[in-house]
Write a protein that binds this ligand. Structure first.
Ligand code: ZN
Length: 140
């Protein structure tokens, strides 16, 4: 799972043993993309562990769920791209991105008709009626 920082914030720096370094803060920048670690390894008992590799260093932070929700937005979960543009919708319901699926049919959300449609020229078009985007949850 990946998440993007949606608002720059400061967090206390800590060393690799998990001791906070007095008066040192790291700036977590808006737009930076972090891996949300699924394993339970924790150094400072944070609820959510985020890591990020840049050319120079490996960064990690641990934050509470509350802070995660405040400062981050999940963008990739279970292979879905869940990035939401200005909270108006995701790439599937707004931009017509193909929904990951098994089989040969290509599925897309048609917002105007409130349906998911299979776009296959050989077969008559199949649709599924929806009221909410199945990826980001937005009401259509
Ligand atoms: Zn959506």
């Amino acid at each position: 799972m990946k998440a993007v920082c949606k608002e720059t914030f400061l967090i206390e720096k800590c060393d690799d043993d998990g001791c906070t370094i007095p008066n040192k803060y790291s700036r977590i920048k808006e737009g930076s993309i972090w891996n949300v670690e699924e394993d339970l390894t924790r150094i400072i008992d944070g609820e959510i562990r985020l890591t990020r590799n840049t050319k120079k260093t490996f960064h990690w932070i641990e934050i509470t769920k509350e802070h995660f929700e405040q400062y981050f937005e999940t963008i990739i979960s279970h292979n879905f791209d869940c990035s939401i543009a200005k909270r108006k919708g995701c790439n599937y319901c707004l931009k017509g991105k193909r929904i990951p699926s098994t089989g040969d049919k290509r599925w897309y959300i048609n917002e105007n008709k409130k349906e998911i449609q299979a776009d296959d020229e050989n077969i008559s078009v199949e649709t599924i009626k929806i009221a909410y985007c199945p990826v980001c949850g937005r009401e259509l």
